[in-house]
Design a protein around this ligand. Structure first.
Ligand code: AMP
Ligand code: MG
Length: 489
């Protein structure tokens, strides 16, 4: 393995996690692969990180993004963490991910640069530490779509093919994803130390997390409590934004909840077509634990695990710690409702606040559920004067709702032009629809990236209709089977 001493790619590594005690991670290098090659490279992201685009064109560049060569200044580690998976506590850790280091931009922002699929680590258990190309392209596509939708998320800098097969139910091409994240500190990272009764570890982790993500909360009388409250607030907002665009995460285990408030770990995630709170796509979620409409409740459950892990450092008196934790957790439902109602108001073009707004929105959602209306299409195409040929004009229930909505619009001062601008900024025209994503990935697996690239271009400006392919602006053709999505293993 080569460790080049010259500065490459414009990385400015400053690795703070490795300065934490040894219990937090294991040092481990990526395992070199047979034939590194770029499959996707995110040039706009590279640019926004201040990286040197010329470096990516060099013949040896791809070898750095599989870990065959190690970036100067990188200090690869696998992070220790635990988590509740489908309700059960498990000790996990980066089994197929390696944190290469933390890149600090000239503007002073710190980002984890992490490889996913880069070979075994001490936390791999029975796994091979590898990832298949399809799931890594999927994470790239969906995370970049979420970013363009304006939703907090980790991002994807590159997907590099390994030239090696991975063995799942079938033999698949292998790949390494380069993930860029505010950090990879999870609820499960705290659970890891709590489960070991390692209170010193918890304190060190809380202090590190406060410094990195919650400098404001450090000024509070009880910074740990202030951090808990802020994490609750960020998750309440995040889930409201997922639901605004119809996103189902699919595996909201506590190891997949990042304290930064970013969406993380795109496995069996998907966007709903027809509105259905019970929508589940993940083949492993047999009881609908992580269904579309369950997400606020599950976030609240995950946050309770976070609060539990914090108990030993919340207050020296256990009863007081529990009381503070419960009080903070009780706020989640209200925080979520607040953000969700704000999102629904924007989706309906409402600038002012009236007490009946929640009922107005709910009635539309009920109608969508009953009729199987397409969530994205229905919201995007709401108009005060629906086209006479539209099937909606003959639907009595919709007509009643529509009258209430137009009356409501008339009670606010904003003109339609302004209303429509608000709606178009919160109701995407284009989302990564399941059938499109699956078709693009199937083609990519057969070495044809054109469909994926077209999808990426469209998803980079999801709130604009102009110039978008018609197929992406419409619901899937009737009869399109609902794809199951699989955990990204
Ligand atoms: P995920 O479902 O991606 O959130 O992963 C859950 C846990 O399983 C994490 O600790 C991963 O590192 C681990 N894991 C998933 N796939 C593999 C693999 N192929 N090899 C080793 N560990 C894995
Ligand atoms: Mg995970």
């Amino acid at each position: 393995m080569m460790n080049d001493e010259t500065e490459q790619f414009g990385w400015r590594f400053d690795n703070s996690y490795i300065r934490l005690p040894g219990a937090f991670y294991s040092r481990v290098n990526p395992t070199p692969v047979a034939e590194p090659r770029f499959v996707l490279l995110n040039r706009p992201l590279a640019q926004s990180l201040g990286l040197d685009s010329a470096e990516f064109a060099k013949p040896e560049a791809a070898a750095y993004f599989t870990g065959n060569r190690i970036f100067a200044g990188a200090e690869p580690i696998a992070q220790a963490y635990a988590g509740h998976q489908f309700g059960n506590f498990v000790r996990l850790g980066d089994g197929r991910a390696i944190l290469m280091g933390e890149h600090c931009t000239a503007a002073g922002h710190r980002f984890d640069i992490q490889f996913k699929g880069s070979g075994p680590t001490p936390y791999s258990r029975r796994g091979d530490g590898r990832a298949a190309l399809g799931p890594m392209l999927r994470e790239y596509l969906i995370s970049e779509a979420m970013h363009a939708l304006g939703i907090p998320t980790t991002r994807s800098l590159a997907v590099a093919g390994t030239g090696e097969p991975v063995f799942r139910e079938e033999t698949l091409p292998g790949a390494v994803l380069t993930r860029v994240a505010a950090s990879h500190i999870r609820v499960g990272t705290f659970e890891y130390f709590a489960a070991l009764d390692n209170t010193d570890g918890l304190r060190v982790l809380a202090d590190y997390t406060l410094r990195r993500h919650f400098p404001e909360q450090m000024k509070a009388e009880n910074p740990v409590l202030a951090m808990l409250k802020e994490v609750i607030e960020r998750q309440a907002f995040l889930i409201s934004q997922w639901m605004r665009v119809g996103f189902v995460h699919g595996v909201m285990n506590t190891d997949n909840m990042a304290l930064s408030g970013e969406t993380i770990d795109y496995g069996p995630c998907a966007f709903i077509d027809s509105y259905d709170p019970a929508a589940v796509f993940s083949s492993i979620d047999q009881h609908g634990r992580y269904a579309f409409g369950q997400q606020p409740g599950i976030a609240s459950w995950d946050l309770a695990r976070f609060a539990e892990a914090l108990l030993p450092i919340l207050d020296p008196k256990p009863d007081a710690a529990i009381a503070q934790a419960n009080q903070a957790l009780a706020d989640f439902a209200g925080r979520f409702q607040h953000h969700w109602l704000a999102a629904l108001r924007a989706k309906l073009g409402l600038f002012t606040v009236e007490p009946e707004d929640a009922a107005l929105a709910e009635e539309l959602l009920n109608w969508m559920h009953e009729t199987g209306a397409d969530y994205t299409h229905a919201f995007r195409n709401l108009r005060p004067n629906p086209a006479p040929e539209s099937s909606l004009s003959t639907d009595a229930k919709f007509a009643t709702w529509h009258r209430r909505w137009t009356e409501r619009l008339a009670r606010q001062p904003q003109a339609w032009e302004e209303v429509s601008r608000l709606m178009n900024a919160h109701n995407p025209a284009v989302i990564p629809r399941n059938h499109e994503v699956e078709a693009a990935l199937a083609a990519a697996n057969a070495d044809d990236l054109t469909r994926l690239e077209h999808l990426l271009v469209a998803l980079a400006r999801p709130y604009e209709e102009a110039g978008q392919p018609g197929a992406l602006l419409n619901p899937p053709p009737t009869g399109t089977p609902v794809c199951r999505t699989f955990c990204g293993t």
